[in-house]
Design a protein around this ligand. Structure first.
Ligand SMILES: Cc1cc2nc3c(=O)[nH]c(=O)nc-3n(C[C@H](O)[C@H](O)[C@H](O)COP(=O)(O)OP(=O)(O)OC[C@H]3O[C@@H](n4cnc5c(N)ncnc54)[C@H](O)[C@@H]3O)c2cc1C
Length: 364
């Protein structure tokens, strides 16, 4: 089949590469001038274990499987990563109960190697940490997400596929047994494809509304939850990822490490109405409070506004977290069209496994 994948983020590239490996002719249309210019370059770059999500959900299934596939991919394609492990820490009795619930959830999800440890054992490993107990997740790690995207792109090209940059998809309709797709930008015009995958991230809903005949009530609402990061201006004090217990809308302001070992903190949860990428320095106050609950030694004046990303959520403030949505023909009635909605965290971790499900559904 001639397959069009819309969006050159980590998920679109993983889908394109998988479809190309299965022998399809694959083109990726990307609105911007490069890969990963959307959500995929504005995240924590964490390879998640797969602990948090309800058992059997797409997020649970694809994060555990995707994580295993991702480590294998990194090893075989020379993508920089560090399986540094992670602590989810409890600083009081209520959080300890949450950590115990997460341990049970992680076991149900088949996450390997999880174990609870006491506060002293945690401090023996991370001396700056203050907690009364922690859940250790040895399978968690960090990845050079840009290097990963370049490797996916490389493999796509090796299989004869390619990316058309500065080529936004404007409209689509299904006619004469094929998808007739109108492009704008650099390669403006109309082309026909056998199958289409809408992996447009924050643009997925807007695009779905421009597909002729797509049922309007099948386009889920897009709810934006910004996540702000602050960099730490000092020498790193932790060698593992340190997470508090989760909060409404996110996993809590955590310590992430880049591959050079530098520390940054985030993301918080800021519900917003329209896309904006400025980090308000005043949000630092809440960061100091939260971080000092597990790292009392955080020096004053050490947090510097860094970057932010926007989660494409399908549920809002105070609502139960929604699952990823993979909307194929059964969901909307149109042939060989898959729309991916709500691919927020852990979409990076899940990407290779999600890609397989999408490629399977195109062939079905
Ligand atoms: C703050 C934050 C932290 C996160 N942390 C993690 C983490 O640590 N670990 C993890 O596993 N996941 C994490 N995630 C989730 C992960 O980053 C996303 O799930 C993933 O990057 C989504 O990739 P994507 O390809 O779906 O979207 P994107 O990367 O946004 O790609 C979509 C692309 O589509 C293009 N596009 C849009 N409309 C059109 C159009 N009409 N025509 C052509 N192109 C179009 C855009 O330009 C964009 O390049 C985090 C997310 C956020 C927001």
């Amino acid at each position: 089949m001639q397959v069009l994948v819309i969006g050159a983020g980590v998920v679109g590239l993983a889908v394109a590469r998988t479809a190309a490996l299965r022998g399809h002719d694959v083109i990726v249309a990307e609105a911007t001038a490069g890969v990963g210019n959307g959500i995929s370059s504005r995240n924590s770059e964490v390879i998640h274990g797969g602990i948090y999500y309800p058992t059997g959900s797409l997020r649970a299934r694809h994060s555990t499987r995707g994580r295993r596939l991702l480590y294998e991919f990194c090893a075989s394609h020379g993508v920089a990563h560090n399986k540094c492990g992670k602590f989810i820490v409890a600083t009081d009795a209520a959080e300890l109960a949450k950590v115990e619930t997460l341990l049970a959830q992680g076991h149900k999800n088949g996450v390997e190697g999880l174990e609870p440890i006491g506060g002293n054992a945690a401090r023996a490993l991370e001396p700056e940490l203050s907690c009364i107990g922690a859940l250790v997740s040895p399978e968690s790690g960090v990845i050079d997400s840009h290097g990963y995207m370049l490797a996916l792109w490389g493999e796509l090209e090796d299989r004869g596929g390619g990316i058309a940059f500065e080529t936004p998809v404007e409209r689509m309709s299904f006619a004469e047994a094929r998808w007739q797709v109108r492009f704008g930008g650099r390669d403006a015009g109309i082309a026909a494809f056998d199958a289409v995958v809408n992996s447009a991230g924050l643009g997925a809903q807007a695009l779905a509304r421009r597909i002729e005949g797509y049922p309007a009530d099948k386009v889920p609402p897009l709810i934006l939850a910004k996540g702000n990061y602050f960099a730490f201006a000092g020498r790193p004090v932790f060698s593992r990822l340190i997470y508090p217990t989760p909060v409404d809308g996110g996993l809590g302001v955590h310590v992430t490490l880049d591959l050079a070992g530098r520390m940054r903190f985030g993301p918080d949860v800021e519900w917003i109405d329209r896309e904006s990428y400025t980090v308000d320095p005043r949000r630092a106050d809440a960061f100091y409070d939260r971080i000092r609950s597990y790292w009392p030694g955080l020096p004053a004046g050490s947090l510097v506004p860094d970057y932010c990303g926007i989660r494409p959520k399908l549920s809002g403030r105070g609502q139960p977290a929604a699952d990823f949505m993979i909307a194929g023909e059964a969901a909307h009635g149109l042939p060989r069209l898959v729309n991916l909605f709500g691919i927020e965290s852990p979409g990076l971790t899940a990407s290779l496994s999600l890609a397989e499900e999408v490629a399977d559904s195109l062939a079905a």
